[in-house]
Design a binder for this molecule. Structure first.
Ligand code: SF4
Length: 233
């Protein structure tokens, strides 16, 4: 599928097609990518379509759309696509069920560190509440996320609750094309040269560590530093 076709998809039609064709997955984790390392799983939605606060810069540089794995270049029946579609669907329509599936994912996947949203972002209150409820019941997991949805006044109070859980670390993603700055009680995640340049440059991008599992800054709650990234090429 071409990028332009993916961007212009009717999300609801697309999801309906997938969930009426492929069986519902038992759990939502996707095995970590090269950067995360194989010991970290992620839970992801549909890039662009599940991103209510995408910025102008995102639209040009979205990792989920323009990097090598390109969700829309996967076959429709791929794990990545089917799980993203079901996850998006549950987030939008059935947060109670989403919470149960998240609990099953946290308990049965065999992973204990999860990044929420390599692709996609938080887009409903119910979805964030489902995470809060599931993570409170799964204290053995560590969860981290980067989000631009702090820029959504309806979602922000729920994101504040989520990031304040003891086993959750959240960063407010920000770039030069956004007209607001993250709230002062949030750690920021930004591109070098885009925001305040105060923080730690991702050691994986500096080739100081092999992957996130060898670093841990983004899920170690005791490290209270902003993160800076270089643009993906
Ligand atoms: S700072 Fe560390 S944990 Fe965070 S993205 Fe970079 S390598 Fe991964």
């Amino acid at each position: 599928m071409k990028i332009s076709k993916y961007l212009s998809l009717d999300k609801e039609e697309f999801i309906k097609k997938i969930i009426t064709t492929y069986p519902e997955p038992e759990t939502l984790e996707i095995v970590g990518n090269r950067k995360l390392g194989k010991a970290i799983a992620h839970i992801s939605g549909l890039p662009y379509h599940d991103c209510p606060s995408k910025s102008e810069w995102c639209m040009k540089k979205c990792y989920g759309i323009y990097n090598n794995r390109k969700i829309f270049n996967c076959s429709e029946k791929s794990n990545l696509m089917v799980k993203a579609a079901y996850y998006s669907h549950l987030s939008n329509t059935n947060p109670e069920k989403l919470s149960k599936v998240l609990i099953r994912t946290f308990n049965k996947s065999g992973y204990y560190i999860f990044r929420i949203h390599v692709d996609g972002d938080f887009f409903t209150v119910g979805q964030i509440e489902a995470y809060i409820s599931a993570i409170k019941r799964c204290k053995h997991v560590k969860v981290f996320f980067f989000t631009r949805s702090w820029n959504n006044s309806e979602l922000l109070p729920y994101l504040n609750k989520l990031k304040s859980l003891p086993n959750v670390k959240g960063f407010a993603s920000v770039d030069f094309s956004m007209d607001k700055q993250p709230p002062s009680d949030w750690l920021s995640a930004s591109i070098v040269g885009h925001f305040n340049n105060v923080g730690i440059v991702c050691p994986e991008q500096l080739k100081k560590v092999e992957n996130c599992i060898r670093c841990g800054i983004c899920f170690n709650k005791r490290i209270n530093k902003n993160i800076l990234f270089f643009e993906h090429s």
